[in-house]
Structure formats: structure tokens, C-alpha cells
Design a protein around this ligand. Structure first.
Ligand SMILES: C[S@@+](CC[C@H](N)C(=O)[O-])C[C@H]1O[C@@H](n2cnc3c(N)ncnc32)[C@H](O)[C@@H]1O
Length: 336
């Protein structure tokens, strides 16, 4: 039974608890504490919001009107209304919020003062490190949480090309950008495997590919419960084709971040091993306060390129988040 359009994150099973445990079983030898992984994966995700710096003046207005100091944050505004708020350990201007059932119906959300986003999905834009004035391609961008993080981080200067194959998913991206006051995003509805050469070269690129979404097992929306072995095995070809196309559009010295919300090496290390050549280096990185495990350089009897170990695997039980895998890849050639 398909309960959701294909191309985003697929289908889900009749018994999500059993499905979750089964989906994770193949990683028993890869993870330090499999029981903790399973236990965490059965718990709902914490709600996370980040403050939109582009709307700082409006946050100040609300703070003063509420009787708070003008420097008060969105976190403090929410706390003043009785919600339990805890700053993220690794990222400023973002909080876990307890007790807020419908964050999309708050005035802070309507006014674009904040955005709701799963914690670990904030990591790819941090790893990408796009700077004001650069030209960035987000090849699989909808519904646009990561695009928004990148564009806001560039302070509305430079260009983010936000592309996605599915026009209906791009509607949500456009509406998020409008609400957040983002003006440096241009939207393209192109099949990423055929994204034209003459659109580049780009300084940086985010490739947040369609995947089996195992890392979303904690998502409480029923449509988010879905990891299927056949999906893990079926996606690598498209992911490698997208990576090959993206790589051609990246300038020498440029940075590409490849990310998935899945643990499967078939959708991560094996894709990079297959699609990248000698002009690519998977660089090591770490985010202080957000624990990760190294990538694998051997899987299912196959030896992979050694720098696959530099991928970062974010397991749900390490940071109480969803699951994610991120690689930061540098193209050989002139920097700057
Ligand atoms: C994991 S989701 C992206 C999530 C997005 N980066 C965000 O943060 O909101 C993968 C996206 O890839 C898109 N997609 C699938 N095949 C594609 C293709 N051939 N070209 C471009 N986009 C594609 C899907 O429509 C889906 O929106």
C-alpha cells in the first residue's frame, strides 16, 4: 500500500514497531549499542525550532511587547509562554521545545520568526558552510528546510538555486522562503540527472538525495514510517547518477555535501565510492556537540575508497535525533 507520493520518502508497513526493529537489524554489527538504537528509534523525535535572523527586528518587537529584554530570543519568547525550552548543544539560535503541539500554528511561525526542523537535518547546511555572495546549488531541495538554512546563513546575499523534480513539493519550498523573508533563492523544477551544464559552475552544492529514509523511523507522522530493504537496494543508481551530474557542475576547489537520512552503506559510502573519481576528496569534519561515528570503508565483502571513513554517521541514540549520514567532498583545483 502506497500512502505517499514516490520520490520523497516511500511507503510504510502495517506494524511500524516491528518494521523499525527489522530495518535496523542489519546494522547490529555497525553500531556501538544496538538496543539503545532500537529503543531510541521507537521514541518520538524532540521538536526543534530555529530563530530566523532575517526577522530579528520583528522578534525584538514581540520581545518588548511581551515585557522581555529587546535582546530576547524566540526561545525566550516561547519559554515566556510556558513551554519548556532547551538550547541545542551544538548550534546557536535553535531550541528543543516541549509542550508545543502545533508549532505551525504559533504567531512566531506565521510571522516567519522561526522555522521547525528536525535537529540533525540542520547539520548538512552547517557542514556546507556557504558564505554570503556565493552561488550554491541545492539539487534535491524540496520541501526546503535545508535550502532555508543555507539561504538565511548567507544573509540573503548570493544565490541559492533550489531545484527539485516535483513541482508540488516545490510549492512548500516557495511558501517557506516567502514566510521567512528569503530573497536569494531561485527555484528550478528540473530532473537533477539532467541539470544543464551551462547553469554552473557552482561554489557549493548540497545533494540531499532521495533515499530509503531509515533515519526517519522516529518521525511520529504515520507517513514517515517506512524503511524497506528493497528501497535501500533500489536507490543507489539514481543517487550515483545525481552525484555524477552534480559533480560536473561544481567548480574546481568547490565543496559538495552529500547527505541522506538513511544508514544504509548502499546509499552512502557505496554511492560515493562508485561515483567519485580521483579529483574528489571526502574531507574529515566534526561538529562540536553533535556526536558522529565514522563511515565504513568495507561493506558486504567489498573494500571502498579509504576516505569513505570520513563520512559522518549520526545514529539516533547518540544525540537523541533522527538518523543522518553526511559526506563533505572537495573537488581538486584552485580554492577560493
Ligand atoms: C530527501 S528529499 C529532499 C529534502 C530537502 N533537501 C529538504 O531539506 O527539505 C529528496 C528530494 O529529491 C527529489 N527528487 C527525487 N528525484 C529527483 C531527481 N531526479 N531530480 C531532482 N530531485 C529529485 C524528491 O522530490 C525529494 O523532494
Amino acid at each position: 500500500m502506497h500512502l505517499r507520493e514516490p520520490g520523497g520518502c516511500g511507503e510504510y508497513a502495517a506494524d511500524p514497531m516491528q518494521d523499525t526493529t527489522q530495518a535496523l537489524l542489519r546494522y547490529k554489527d555497525l553500531v556501538d549499542d544496538w538496543e539503545a538504537l532500537v529503543e531510541t528509534s521507537h521514541r518520538p523525535l524532540p521538536l526543534v525550532v530555529w530563530e530566523n535572523p532575517l526577522r530579528r527586528a520583528h522578534v525584538e518587537r514581540l520581545a518588548i511587547a511581551t515585557g522581555l529584554d529587546r535582546r530576547a530570543t524566540v526561545g525566550e519568547l516561547l519559554a515566556s509562554r510556558g513551554y519548556e525550552v532547551e538550547p541545542l548543544a551544538w548550534r546557536g539560535g535553535a531550541w528543543r521545545v516541549r509542550g508545543l503541539d502545533k508549532p505551525g500554528r504559533t504567531i512566531e511561525h506565521y510571522l516567519g520568526l522561526m522555522h521547525v526542523q528536525e535537529e540533525v537535518s540542520l547539520a548538512p547546511s552547517a557542514v556546507l558552510g556557504a558564505e554570503s555572495g556565493e552561488t550554491v546549488l541545492d539539487l534535491c531541495a524540496a520541501p526546503g528546510g535545508k535550502t532555508a538554512c543555507i539561504a538565511v546563513g548567507m544573509a540573503n546575499r548570493g544565490t541559492v538555486v533550489a531545484n527539485d523534480l516535483r513541482p508540488q513539493r516545490l510549492r512548500a519550498l516557495r511558501s517557506n522562503c516567502e514566510r521567512l523573508g528569503i530573497r536569494n533563492v531561485v527555484v528550478t523544477p528540473i530532473n537533477g540527472t539532467r541539470f544543464p551544464d551551462d547553469a554552473g559552475p557552482f561554489d557549493r552544492m548540497l545533494l540531499d538525495v532521495p533515499c530509503s529514509c531509515e533515519g526517519n523511523l522516529r518521525d511520529s507522522r504515520p507517513t514517515a514510517r517506512r524503511a524497506r530493504r528493497n528501497q535501500v537496494e533500489g536507490r543507489g543508481g539514481l543517487q550515483a547518477t545525481l552525484l555524477g551530474r552534480a559533480w560536473k557542475l561544481l567548480r574546481p576547489g568547490g565543496v559538495l555535501v552529500y547527505s541522506t537520512c538513511t544508514f544504509a552503506p548502499e546509499e552512502n559510502e557505496l554511492v560515493l565510492d562508485h561515483a567519485l573519481g580521483e579529483d574528489a576528496t571526502i574531507e574529515p569534519f566534526s561538529i562540536a556537540g553533535l556526536r558522529h561515528d565514522a563511515g565504513v570503508s568495507h561493506w558486504a565483502g567489498k573494500s571502498l575508497r579509504a576516505d569513505c571513513a570520513n563520512l559522518a554517521r549520526y545514529w539516533p541514540h547518540h544525540n537523541d535525533t533522527g538518523g543522518f549520514t553526511i559526506a563533505r567532498v572537495r573537488k581538486a583545483g584552485a580554492h577560493g
